[in-house]
Every structure is written in structure tokens, then in C-alpha cells.
Design a protein around this ligand. Sequence first.
Ligand code: ADP
Ligand code: MG
Length: 894
Amino acid sequence: MTEATGIVGEFLSLKEETDADILTMQCGDFYEFFGDDAELVAEELDLKVSQKSSHGSSYPMAGVPVADLTPYVSALVERGYRVAVADQHETADGHAREITRVVTPGTHLETGDASAQYLAAVVRHSSRDGDDYGLAFADVTTGQFQVTQLDAADVGAVLTELYTFAPAEVLPGPDLRNDDDFLDRLAERSDAAVTLHASASFEPGRARHRVRQHFGAETLDSVGIADDDAAIAAAGAVLAYVEETGVGTLAAVTRLQAYGAREHVALDATTQRNLELTETMQGDKSGSLFDTVDHTVTAAGGRLLRRWLQRPRRDRGELQRRQAAVAALTREAMARETIRETLSGAYDLERLASRATSGTADGRDLRAAQETLALLPQVADAVAQTERLADSPLADALSGADREAAASLAADLDDALVSDPPGTVTQGDLFRYGYDDSLDAVIDDHEAALEWLETLPRREKDRTGITHLSVDRNKTDGYYIQVGKSETDSVPDEYEEIKTLKNSKRYTIPELDEKERAVLRLEERRHDMEYELFEDLRARVAEHAPLLQDVGRTLAEVDALASLAVHAVENDWSRPEVTDGDELAIDAGRHPVVEQTTEFVPNDLYMDRDRQFLVVTGPNMSGKSTYMRQAALITLLAQTGSFVPARAATVGVVDGIYTRVGALDELAQGRSTFMVEMQELSNILHSATEDSLVILDEVGRGTATFDGISIAWAAVEYISTRIRCKTLFATHYHELTSLGDSLDTVQNVHVAADESDGDVTFLRTVRDGPTNRSYGVHVADLAGVPEPVVERSQEVLDRLRDDKAIEVRGSTGEGGTTQAVFDLSSGQFATGGQNERVETDGNPDASTDGERGETLDAETEAVLEELRDLDVNETPPVELLAKVQEWQAELDGE
Ligand code: ADP
Ligand code: MG
């Protein structure tokens, strides 16, 4: 490409100025894209590309009308692009263009999605004591701004925060942007766009200055993060970025909230996924816990409830406050429904506050703000009039917002705006008559002129006797008098013909021309005046952004609490007792999601210091996973302030919930490998404390039996003797139940099944004590495994059980074979021929293979050979499935 000049040249030099992915530049009535940008946009958005010639070269060009820019930019930003917008403005000699804003995934105001949209900065400061991480999260659409610092933390904890907030855009600090491991893991866990923002804005001194400037000098002290340099660096960088992108919402970010990890229950990403908090394992929203319990009627209420579930609390005071409000709401059905009915008319005030401060709010937005502000007194009245609600913490929640200020702003807006304003702010019709005297005068003149025009046809018909006569207006002809063909002969002399149509002619008269000029003048005047008045009004609303946010959050809280009450009533949930103790006691508990679609069999659970580790056994599909998840979800709900699906429950506050599901269960989802399973186990063993709740579901399953059993065994010992947290451990190695004999705090429970005449009926009831068998053979039978194999498995199983031993075979480096026997009653290994048992029971090699030789045919041998050689960890799940099918076919003799 040769050096471009003219419009293309201007475009290209603006493009140099910005690090945005795409630039669009206003050229009169269009926003244009040139060159590569034009081609990219054309492809993404299905726009037409034309060629623009400029000084002998030709450039691709695509454009959209000025009025349509927003949806195009939104679509690009939603695809992860950062779009710079250059506007055109008048100057003394023509016009100039400059980049006025950069719209990015994290600063996108026009989002159509009601969920929170976070922009995050994450900073690492390394020192001898370890790595401190600072995190800041801003939602420019609502003005939320949250900051935290994780001292001497590992990157897993940071990724958990990022997973929980699910930011649309992340700004990694100088130290992290070159950390490939961090960036890879971030990409694995999140869809966030990663933006490398100027390192200088992360610089501690500069960041601190900016934060103080924005939130006030005392804020850092008052929220207790004055010494948290990493947190301040993150906060400063976010502020700088929002300011530089020019979305104009910085003013809506009115409050700095600092939160500490101590306040919340630790829930890492895997746990959130396993418990299906906001989406199911398959990635569907429907069927998640949030989807099940969400009865909110406003977008803001939904956002808040979701946050409560993702960030359960540890402090009992706050939990009891929420519980008491929910309890009162469950008992006042009438008032509750009145309140919800009222709330259903609410708009998203936090978002409206951001639109006001950014100058994008229109008349409808301000009307929406007015109508919503006016709901606060209504809700407050409904609460005040119901004694039980008035005496509950709900009343305190409502006093969080300044009711009088809200009422007065609502009244001001109501006085100003017509009841149904148009969607544009430049075409008038926004203000009520009586709002502004000079506007009223213009309106009077304008209306009088319009009235004159409206009555002109009647006057002219009377005067001329013409019957087919009308007055109309269009763009090219302005106002005109139209007369039907048949009567054009009778038009008076002063009618000046301007156009001939098929069936009529158009005329004008001097008075009409004059009135037309007056109307146009008045119209313009009126539009200008209204626009000016509107800007004033919008600025006044922007000044009240904190009030709008307060009222918005208050209404959201009432909505979320009422939603919890609705769910509790409809599903017969009860108020749990939340204590500082260690007890977790659930009387007739259910799984909150499964109970929606199943005739659920309730189950009890009791755990405390002396009974802190339960080994859960039972047949496949009997309900082990459900039982354990139910315990985790009841704990989580209790620490959200919610009622729980149980007849009664006592929940000792936990500091974290950790769940892991064995790789085999997850393989069905096509995600996990044994390696991941082990990483996750290791993570728990590092993170859990004695105040945590741990759920291990078939851990160790993703590998060959002997590794699996060994790892599971060691994990049980470590957790129950070292970490000593409440743990539920489901295993299909029912051999592990013997751990209950040797470890004090480990007890067995099993999900009962009824077995008679070889038929197994699942009772779904959990009982104390171990299962006496694994039912795996039964499942194999059900699955259609050929009879000889089923029978033979039963024999082998019986033998193993009698021996209370499992044979382990492995290769030594020299190519020889060693045998080991893992004695389940002692938990000890014995190797080689020195072992008594091996000798008395005979050489496993000889005995097993010998028998196999007699009873197994060649096909079965071949299948077993292949099975032995297959490396499970290296084979993709799909291939494994295909393999299994192939073997089945071979065994069936096909
Ligand atoms: P496991 O982990 O033992 O293989 P799951 O917990 O996955 O079994 O449960 C298997 C099936 O049984 C699930 O479809 C679940 O909906 C159902 N189920 C589990 N527990 C109950 C219960 N208490 N009442 C009714 N159905 C249950
Ligand atoms: Mg299971």
C-alpha cells in the first residue's frame, strides 16, 4: 500500500494512535471502517465491503449509518474485540476527527445482558514472604467496585476469585502479563478478554494517588486496605483504564468495597462446577442451584441472589439477619406478594445510574428511574404496615436508602418529564408543559402555528369551494396544498404550482411559506431548548448516582430475600440453626435440585468432631453422590442466609467447601484426566482446614484399581488424622470400609439396597455401617456382560473377599515381576515371596493364570491381553468407548 492521504490517511493515522483492535471513524452521516478493519467487520457482521480509491490506491471500506453504530459496536465487543470510535466535530475551518472512546468487553455499557459485567485487574507483588495478589473488580454498568488482597497466596486462589466474578475483561499487572502459566490457566477457566494496559498505571505510587483522588483520601484507611499495595495497584489500574476508554462512567463508581477472604466461604472453581451452582456440568443454566431457587422479579435482585450463592458468608450475624428477614417473609404471604408485585415494576437503577453519568440515558431511562425510585416508599409502606415485617431486619435493609431524597428526586423527574417520553433526546416532546417558562412560550407559539396549519384546509375549502384539498408536508416540498386533478381549474390566482402528480397538483401560497418557516424555526428552537434542559436534568440525576445505586441495591436485597422466602414456602424448607460449633446435623434432608423432579427419599446426616469422616458406600446409582452433594448444598444454603431442604438442620459454620469427583465420573463430560483429579486432590489437601467441609466422590477412580485404592487409602488417613475436617467420602472400593475399624473418627455409612432373588432394589436410604458388597458384578450383569464373565467375576470376587487381600503386580526396572499383597485389615504391603500369605495361598501368577487357562477361551484371552496393555491415561475417552464396544463384540463371539 502506498502512503494514504485524505480520509483513508486520516483513518490510518488515528489507527496508529490506538491499541484497539478495530477503529471506526465518523464521516458525515456514516461511521466508516477502512482497510483490514473493513474486511474484519464485514466478515464478523455481514456488512458489504466496497472499494474506496484514494490517490491511485484502492482500500476496502464498510460503513454503518450514525444512528445504527451502537448495535454494531456492541456485537463486535461481545465477540471480544476492543473498538475505538472516532467522532467528527466542527471546527472553525471545517471539521476534525478524534478518538473519543474505546469500547471494550469490560467497559461496555450497552450490554443486553442483565448479569454483572466485570472488568478486573490482577496484580502480583512478590516478596520473600511469598506472593501477594491484588484484585479489583469494577462493573461500569452498575458502579460496583470491589477490591481484595490475597497475601502469601498461590495462583489457584487468584484463579478462584476470577472464576467467581467471571470478568469480561482482565488487565494483568506487569508481573503477570509475562507469566504464561497464569495466562494459560486463566484462559482455561474464563472467557475473559485479556488486555495489556499501560504498566505505568499499575505503579503503586501512581495507583494510590488515583484511588485517593477518586474515592477520597480517607477511603483506603476506612475500608482497611491502606497497606495493601497490590490491591491498591489493581484498583488504580482499573480506574485508569475506565477513564482512558472514555465510557464516562467513572462517576458512577462511587464506592470502594474491600472484601477479605475471611468473610466468605472458600469455594474453588471445581467445587462451584461440581455443585452446579450457576450452571450444570453440561453447561446449562437450567437445572443449576441458582436457576432452581431464583424467584426474583428484577434483574438486580437476580444478580444479588446469584452473588449470595457464589459467595456464601461466614459471619453468623449477617446470616441470621438474612434468615430472620426470610422467616418473616415466609409467614406474611399477602405482604410478600404485594411487595413482589410492586418490585416487578422496577427497572435496573444501578444501570440507569451509570447511563446517567455516562450521558447515554434518554428520556425513557430517566422516566424508568423516576418510576423505580417511586417504588421505594411503596415497598417501605408494605413493610411498615405488617407488624412481623416491620419488626424484622427487612425494615433495617430498607432504611439503608434515603427514602426522602428518593421521593424528592422522583417528584422532580415526574414534574419534568412527560409520562411516555420518546427514545430520542434531540426531537423534543420530552418535557411537560409548565416545567420551564421559556420553553412553554416556544411551545405555545409552535402549537399555535401547527394549529393554523391544521385548520388551513378547512379555511381554504370554505374560501375556494374546492372539495379535494389537503395540506401536507414532506422532505423535498416542505408544506404544500394538494388539490385533486378534477378541481385544479378552480384554484385561486395566488396558488403557485410546485408539482404535478398523476391525480393531483401541489401548490403553495405566501402565508403557507411564511408559516412553514415559522414552524421550522420554532421546532428547532424547541428541540434545542428541550435538549439543553434534558442535559441539565440528566446531569442532576447523575449527581444523584449514589442515591440511585442505594435504592437499587435496597430493592435488589428485598427482591432476593423475598425470592428465598418464596422458595422456602413452596418447597417446605426449614430455617437451619447456624452455629459456631462443629456439628452438621440434618434431619430428613433432600437435594434442592433433585427434589424438584424426583420423588425424593429424605435422609439424615450427623457429623461432629467424633464422627467427622464418613465413608459412604453403596451400589452404583444408589444415591451416594446425591447424598453428599445434598450435605454440601444444605451447608452452602445455610451460609447464604437461606432456608434449607430438610425437616430441621444444625449447621456449624464452615470456612470452605471442597468437592472432588473421581475422573471416571467426569470422563463422561469429556473433560477430566487422572492428572487433573490428582491436582485437585492435592489442592484440597493443601487448602482445607479443620473448619472445612470436604466431599470426595470416587476419588482415585481414574486409574487402575491398585493405584486408586492406595491413593484413596492414604488420602483418608491424611484427612482424618491431619486436617481433621468434616469429610464425606464415597467409594466403590468397599474394601476401604475397614478404615473405620482403625481410625477413630472415621465411620461407615451406606446407601441401602434391597437384594432378594438376585434383584436389587434401591431404597435410597442411608444407614450406619458399611455395605457388604460392591454390586459391581450385578451392574455388569445388568449391562449385558456375557454370563460366563459375570459368573467368573463373582468367583474371583468371593475369593478376594475371603483373602482380604488384593494382588498387585508391577514390573521392576530389570524386567522381572514383583508381587505385592496389600492387606486390607492392616493397611500394610508385603512384597515378593517373603510374604506368608502369598506362599500359603499359592503364587498368584500360577493360580490365576492357571485357572484362566482352563476356563477362558482364546477370544477372552485376547481381550484381556489388550485390556492389560491399554494405557488408560493416554487414551482419549472416545477411543476407550470404542475399544470397550469392540471387546464386547468379540466376547459375544461376533
Ligand atoms: P451414585 O453416586 O451412588 O452412583 P447418584 O447419587 O448419582 O448415585 O444417584 C443415582 C440416581 O438416583 C440419580 O438419578 C438421583 O436422582 C437418584 N437419587 C439419588 N438419591 C435419591 C433420593 N434420596 N431419593 C430419590 N432419588 C434419588
Ligand atoms: Mg456417584
